[in-house]
Design a protein around this ligand. Structure first.
Ligand code: IMP
Ligand code: MG
Length: 171
């Protein structure tokens, strides 16, 4: 397996700080919940909320999509439900990467069904050319070509999440 740098630590820090400012400009004055999609978004979400100065509540959801390790099967199961009452609140879904769009579509529909007043998505990475269902996140860190990436929370078979930058994994 070869690993090459795609997005450096410095690029990540700069872009995440910018995203935090964009998000604060939109949500100022609302009751905001940042909903971290476990496990991949944990580092992105932690950095994003620490760059924000407004009040923001944190919650977590964990989903699994079964299938082989490089492609999502499209069958999404909720493994851990959020704890906070979302009725009437703004919810920012914080996701690591959007590929086919199947996972985020399920999470989005589920959060709307819990009565959130406003649901938006911040994706650290987006692969718009890989969509199987239409989905456009409101906030995107970096748009990338369809390729398999690891690091900054993203794994391959639970490995590589702790690499501080984004790398392309190729065989
Ligand atoms: P989707 O349902 O196909 O959009 O897949 C989204 C999920 O698949 C992400 O939340 C990741 O957990 C995983 N995933 C998709 N592409 C990659 C990748 O390039 N590296 C690591 N995980 C990925
Ligand atoms: Mg994920």
């Amino acid at each position: 397996m070869a690993q090459t740098t795609l997005i450096s630590r410095e690029q990540i820090d700069g872009r995440v700080a910018e995203m935090a400012r964009e998000i604060e400009a939109e949500f100022a004055g609302t009751e905001l919940i940042a909903l971290c999609v476990l496990k991949g978004a944990m580092f992105f979400c932690a950095d994003l909320v620490r760059n924000m100065t407004m009040d923001v509540a944190l919650d977590f959801i964990q989903i699994s999509s079964y299938g082989n390790q490089k492609y999502s099967s499209g069958v999404v199961t909720i493994l851990k439900e959020p704890q906070l009452d979302m009725r009437g609140k703004s919810v920012l879904i914080v996701e690591d990467i959007i590929d086919s769009g199947l996972s985020i579509r399920e999470v989005h529909n589920y959060i709307e069904s819990r009565g959130a007043a406003k649901v938006k998505t911040a994706a650290f990475l987006d692969k718009p050319k890989a969509r199987k269902v239409p989905f456009t996140p409101e906030y995107v860190g970096f748009s990338i070509d369809p390729q398999f990436v690891i690091g900054y929370g993203l794994d391959f078979a639970e490995k590589y999440r702790n690499i501080p930058e984004v790398q392309v994994l190729s065989d």
